[in-house]
Write a protein that binds this ligand. Structure first.
Ligand SMILES: Cc1cc2nc3c(=O)[nH]c(=O)nc-3n(C[C@H](O)[C@H](O)[C@H](O)COP(=O)(O)OP(=O)(O)OC[C@H]3O[C@@H](n4cnc5c(N)ncnc54)[C@H](O)[C@@H]3O)c2cc1C
Length: 549
């Protein structure tokens, strides 16, 4: 296959719609670039796609195309003749799961947590015959959805099944952005996307520069992955919180569930996510090696999606294209980083709390990104210096203090304020002339000044003013703030050695975001695959002695 990079096709508008670029148009463009007739092309595929809006009002699709010629041997010759760095022979970098090791697995491996890390670890181990047992404290995705909608409706929180906990993990009620900055030398990123497509996600995620599936599709994909794990002799238990580890001579021998049953195992993948504070406390209590880790805190910031589209695509065609994402970063005069995080075009601010009397927000969207508003967290870096203690769980305590303040400010609902009032340090009142927030969960107008630690608040204000230079109207009076964004990544790192095992307990594999080795759906899934590879490369697939579950 020939790969043609940087294929630019101008976006054409008819009426109030962008004209779709069809295969014929791609063939015509490719054959022109290769100096051949398009009848010589056997097949053409999109390998990459993005939108280039740097020369507004001219907007371009930018593709990397894969072209197979009817006469295969002509491909090398054509590439040579073109003498163009953007025209090369395409070399696939297939993902390969390692050969299984020789050692015998005495017990089935256990996976604690069914977020992206646990799910992909379980999927790979099941597919390769290791019969993993997945334990998830929350409910399955169907029942969990009911609990979350009930919470958003009535404010009644289920502390075991909510936006953070349950099948699919924290990412299930999300924008389902699947891009990651993690380098992908081994093809794990591609493999994650391939499995998402195999389990029902749209194939475009394989080539879009910013792949996204939205919460509605993600839920189906997660349920399909579960079915595949079960079909391959894996087991899944919901409402199964791991409350203890059985350890003999620093070796793992079992895990305890709900303070009662014990499952015998010598290998447990600890994929518990960034919000499993009770489990962090238990691990710290039994001296599992861990430390406090830097993360970031801030507030959700909302704008009308049309303001963002006009800024990103230009006023001419702004509202004729999909909801535009943005990414903003700034360094403040005090040297703190302030940046946009988990931006949700056409999305909702959500109450993402998991503990009573503590309130945290996050963002989500559906696959159509169809809400009127865009939102993103604007967050400020914090580190153990800010936590007031260097204890491993000092970051958790720091988060809890902020979330208790947010809960009080909104009387249990999401505290919301217009940016103009935030600057003036006054409580917001309802304004007919201002646009409304798009929020999942009850909210109350409030004054958010003093919610963030002083230095973070100063940095936030400075960042907003800087961002207003990049996106006009970003720091407008009617910009909507809601707080607190405190679960941006894990406040702890659970140490692991080169065998990916805890130095404290042989057979315990800290994994994913909660353990401090990932940030985001795809990178957590990649870390889950990495741990699955590590187990498989040591052991043969599991052979049953007796039925254990
Ligand atoms: C609202 C929201 C929107 C987000 N949007 C995006 C996005 O668009 N794109 C993106 O890349 N990232 C997004 N994220 C972040 C992303 O969800 C996380 O980075 C990712 O889910 C981390 O995966 P994980 O498997 O490491 O942990 P988690 O997804 O947190 O999963 C951990 C699982 O472990 C379970 N668990 C915890 N303790 C125990 C225990 N003791 N016993 C049994 N089970 C336990 C939990 O119930 C949970 O299901 C979002 C997060 C939230 C909350």
């Amino acid at each position: 296959m020939i790969a043609i990079n940087q294929v630019k096709i101008e976006i054409v508008f008819q009426g109030n719609k962008a004209v779709t670029v069809d295969e014929a148009a791609l063939r015509k463009k490719a054959s022109k670039l290769l100096g051949i007739s398009d009848t010589q092309i056997a097949e053409i595929v999109i390998l990459k796609h993005s939108i280039d809006a740097r020369k507004k009002p001219q907007l371009f699709h930018v593709y990397t195309l894969g072209v197979c010629l009817k006469e295969k041997k002509q491909e090398e010759k054509t590439v040579k003749r073109c003498r163009n760095a953007n025209i090369t022979i395409y070399r696939e970098n297939p993902y390969i799961f390692p050969q299984s090791g020789m050692k015998i697995l005495p017990e089935r491996p256990v996976i604690i947590g069914m977020g992206p890390a646990g799910l992909f670890c379980g999927y790979m181990l099941a597919k390769h015959g290791y019969k993993p047992i997945i334990l998830e404290r929350g409910y399955d995705v169907e029942k969990r959805t009911k609990a979350v909608e009930e919470f958003w409706e009535s404010g009644t929180l289920d502390t075991e099944s909510n936006v953070q906990f349950g099948e699919g993990g924290a990412g299930t009620f999300s924008d389902g952005k699947l891009n990651t900055l993690v380098k992908d030398k081994n093809g794990r990123n591609k493999e994650v996307l391939r499995i998402f497509v195999e389990c029902g996600a749209p194939p475009e995620i394989l080539y879009e520069s910013k792949p996204h599936i939205g919460t509605d599709i993600l839920k189906k994909v997660v349920a399909n992955m579960r079915e595949t794990i079960l079909k391959n002799d894996g087991s899944v238990r919901f409402g199964a919180k791991v409350t203890g580890l059985e350890i003999e001579n620093t070796k793992l021998t079992g895990v305890q569930i709900n303070d009662t049953d014990v499952i015998k195992t010598n290998h447990a993948v600890l994929a518990i996510g960034h919000s499993a504070r009770d489990t962090f406390e238990y691990l710290a209590h039994i001296n599992i090696s861990m430390e406090a880790k830097a993360f970031a805190v801030g507030m959700r910031v909302e704008h009308s999606q049309s303001l963002i589209n006009e800024n990103m695509y230009g006023s001419a065609y702004g509202n004729m294209l999909p909801a535009a994402p943005y990414k903003l970063t700034a360094k403040t005069s005090m040297g703190r980083g302030v940046y946009s995080f988990c931006m949700c075009p056409g999305g909702y601010v959500v109450n993402a709390s998991s503990e009573n009397k503590r309130l945290a927000v996050n963002g989500m969207s559906y696959s159509d990104r169809g809400s009127k508003n865009a939102n993103s967290a604007i967050i400020v870096q914090v580190s153990p210096k800010d936590y007031g203690s260097d204890k491993p769980l000092a970051g958790v305590a720091f988060q809890r203090r902020l979330e208790e303040k947010a809960y009080a400010l909104g009387n249990g609902k999401i505290p919301v304020q217009y940016y103009g009032d935030f600057v003036k340090n006054q409580t917001s009142v309802d304004r007919e002339d201002y646009y409304r927030p798009c929020i999942k969960g009850g909210y109350q107008l409030a004054n958010l000044r003093g919610l963030l630690p002083k230095e973070c608040e100063t940095a936030f204000l400075e960042g907003m003013e800087q961002f207003d230079k990049t996106i006009k109207g970003y720091a407008a009076e009617d910009t909507i703030l809601s707080g607190i964004e405190s679960r941006t990544s894990s406040p702890v790192r659970i140490h692991r050695n080169e065998d990916l095992q805890s130095p404290s307990v042989e057979g315990l594999y800290p994994c994913g975001e909660g353990a401090g080795y990932a940030g985001g759906i795809t990178s957590a899934a990649m870390d889950g695959i990495l741990v699955a590879e590590k187990i498989a490369s040591q052991y043969q697939p599991f052979v049953d002695k007796i039925a254990v579950v």
